[in-house]
Design a protein around this ligand. Structure first.
Ligand SMILES: Cc1cc2nc3c(=O)[nH]c(=O)nc-3n(C[C@H](O)[C@H](O)[C@H](O)COP(=O)(O)OP(=O)(O)OC[C@H]3O[C@@H](n4cnc5c(N)ncnc54)[C@H](O)[C@@H]3O)c2cc1C
Length: 475
């Protein structure tokens, strides 16, 4: 199916809808909208126009125009995605939500925040804290990603082990549907089964089923005590084998993260800070526990510390004040950026397996790295089985990199499916993983996916080529 080009008369119509200042056609200014954080030229494409609407009514008018003219629309949040989701792979308009960045309400009685999609995740966390409340969504990209992007990708993050991923905190959404209708699903009711669960069909739909323009986010009382543990192990297997033991010890940690040796050393160098045992250890486990009494938090971290020491840890470091906690989390959050110092181009994967299969998954990745003679550092959210295995390009030429990447990916995905896993735990499918996902889907699953997409977006204008393959597939 062919799309049309954005003509001068369409630009004029867009300027009439949102004002000339909110319509960008200058290539230099559009450059940052031609990519996300995927770090691969394959997933870059210059938009024909970037538009910055300020409210849902304007978006509705734009979507009607795009339908009439058959022009693709790619919604964009903070652009921190790692799957090429916000990149206009079929041209057309990039619709940036950056100007819809207001917190509309913090409702202390019902514990809700109602807000626009362009607020950064970090701002949501900070604002909730002012009221002694807590937003538990915590992606490592909190300072750059938008809450709308988090909802659209159903972002996971560091606290997902205890508090669940973004979708668990989303109770209502206002969405501009692909035909331009503005529809609200859910709201402040804590229980609500009066409909299909449209909120959670929209959550994680990666901009392919509509544009999220308002979000009802559940807040919680802020836990009063938090402690973090940094636990070096001599090697990766002994570190990772302790994770299922922690998870079945009768406590629910807030976070259980891991970093392998390459990631630890890269983070140290990037931050210019030394971490304990970084030279001797082969991997770190990072745990967080929280609660409302000091005793409970202490009991929980002592249980984890004892388990780790019994299972080969070199030491257990406890951080119970902001500055030491910050130091631990900075290294965990910076490792992805830090890897760019070793290899500016890389392919970060996001596989997920049942937690009891993490040791086997990491073993498989190590063997694949040895077979292809490449580096694949791993780090991630061990407590929920989500491993970011990152294939480094280093100094390979374009041709060698292309061949290596696809050969390695195929073997990693095959290994993951054999371990009852899946190919994305939190970053999503976007453009990057569509083909691989289709390879592993059943015919029944494909039919449902196409039927849903066609029912919502028969002209396929809404973020085409992402999640669902382009075209009117299921007639
Ligand atoms: C250093 C780093 C660390 C990261 N850590 C994590 C992590 O811990 N957990 C995690 O899950 N991810 C992580 N990510 C990936 C990324 O930050 C998340 O996927 C995030 O949710 C994307 O949000 P964004 O606002 O940047 O969205 P974008 O990248 O702009 O868009 C992502 C997708 O959402 C769609 N979209 C955006 N806004 C809307 C909207 N309002 N309506 C409809 N569709 C929309 C886009 O079309 C696109 O398909 C990390 C990325 C980086 C660079």
């Amino acid at each position: 199916m062919q799309f049309n080009k954005v003509t001068d008369s369409i630009i004029k119509e867009l300027q009439e809808i949102i004002g000339a200042a909110n319509v960008v056609v200058d290539e230099e200014k559009m450059e940052m909208y031609s990519r996300d954080e995927t770090s691969d030229k394959l997933w870059e494409k210059m938009p024909e126009v970037v538009i910055k609407p300020e409210n849902a009514q304007q978006i509705a008018e734009i979507v009607k125009l795009a339908n009439r003219e058959l022009i693709p629309i790619t919604p964009r949040g903070g652009g921190s995605g790692l799957a090429g989701g916000a990149v206009p792979m079929h041209g057309g308009m990039v619709l940036s939500l950056e100007k819809m960045n207001k917190i509309i309400e913090i409702d202390n009685e019902n514990l809700f925040m109602v807000l626009e999609p362009g607020v950064t995740t970090g701002e949501v966390q900070k604002e909730a804290k002012v009221f002694n409340l807590f937003y538990a969504g915590d992606p490592c990209s909190a300072e750059s990603s938008f809450i709308g992007g988090n909802v659209a990708t159903n972002a996971g993050g560091n606290k997902a082990v205890k508090y669940g991923v973004t979708g668990r905190h989303v109770y209502g959404l206002e969405v501009v549907m692909p035909d331009g209708e503005i529809v609200t699903y859910g709201g402040k009711n804590v229980k609500d089964v009066t409909f299909y669960d449209m909120v959670h069909l929209m959550v994680g739909s990666e901009g392919t089923l509509g544009i999220i323009t308002k979000i009802w986010l559940k807040l919680m009382p802020l836990p009063q005590y938090v402690a973090d543990l940094l636990i070096p192990f001599p090697d990766m297997q002994s570190a990772i084998k302790v994770v299922p033991k922690i998870m079945t010890a009768g406590i629910i940690p807030t976070a259980v993260e891991f970093m392998d040796r390459i990631s630890v050393l890269a983070a140290e160098q990037y931050l210019n800070k030394t971490l304990p045992y970084s030279q001797e250890s082969g991997a770190y486990i990072i745990c967080e526990v929280d609660g409302n009494t000091e005793n409970q938090v202490q009991e929980d971290y002592e249980t984890i510390g004892k388990l780790c020491m019994e299972n080969g840890a070199l030491e257990v470091f406890v951080a119970d004040n902001i500055s030491t906690q910050d130091r631990i989390w900075k290294s965990r959050k910076a490792y992805a950026e830090a890897l760019r110092m070793i290899s500016p181009v890389y392919c970060m994967e996001d596989i997920v397996v049942p937690i009891s299969n993490i040791p086997a998954a990491l073993d498989a990745i190590e063997k694949i790295a040895a077979k292809f003679e490449c580096k694949i550092p791993s780090a991630g959210h061990a407590g929920d089985g989500n491993i970011h295995a990152t294939i480094l390009r280093e100094d390979r030429d374009e041709h060698a990199w292309h061949d290596l990447k696809y050969a390695v990916l195929e073997e990693i995905y095959d290994a993951v499916y054999k371990l009852d896993g899946n190919l994305s735990g939190e970053h999503g499918i976007g453009a990057k993983r569509v083909s691989a996902m289709y390879k592993h889907m059943t015919e029944g699953q494909k039919k449902v996916l196409h039927t849903v997409k066609n029912a919502f977006d028969p002209n396929n204008i809404m973020n085409p080529g992402k999640v669902v393959l382009l075209g009117r597939i299921a007639e």
